[in-house]
Design a protein. Structure first.
Length: 116
């Protein structure tokens, strides 16, 4: 089974592309964004998710659209949950009605029946 790559967290992206590559300090960026240094640190260290307010500020200061920042966060969050969540619903919506989900036969059981 292949593991799906989890998209980059916005904090890691900011760290690599803006702070490391352009030699900008986290302190200077926090001041430009008019946020607490601890708030930026939590984002950079992937301890906090990007808020819409911060996405707007990042758009103004770093030049990407606020929507692109929010998309980056949403893609990261969804992929991370998808990788961790073990969910197999018992019912699915078909033609406007919730119906019991049919269990798929495994390839092994199908081969056994064919061999018999």
């Amino acid at each position: 089974m292949t593991t799906k790559r989890i998209p980059t967290h916005p904090g890691r992206f900011i760290q690599r592309v803006y702070l490391d590559e352009l030699d900008v300090s986290a302190s200077d960026l926090a001041n430009a964004l008019e946020i607490n240094k601890a708030t930026l640190s939590r984002l950079l260290n992937e301890k906090a998710d990007l808020s819409p307010t911060l996405a707007l500020k990042l758009g103004e200061v770093l030049g990407r659209s606020p929507q692109s920042w929010m998309n980056m966060q949403a893609n990261h969050s969804l992929a991370k949950i998808e990788a961790d969540l073990k969910f197999s619903p018992q019912m699915v919506l078909k033609n406007g009605v919730l119906t019991a989900k049919r269990k798929r036969k495994s390839a092994i059981s199908t081969k056994k029946t064919e061999a018999a």
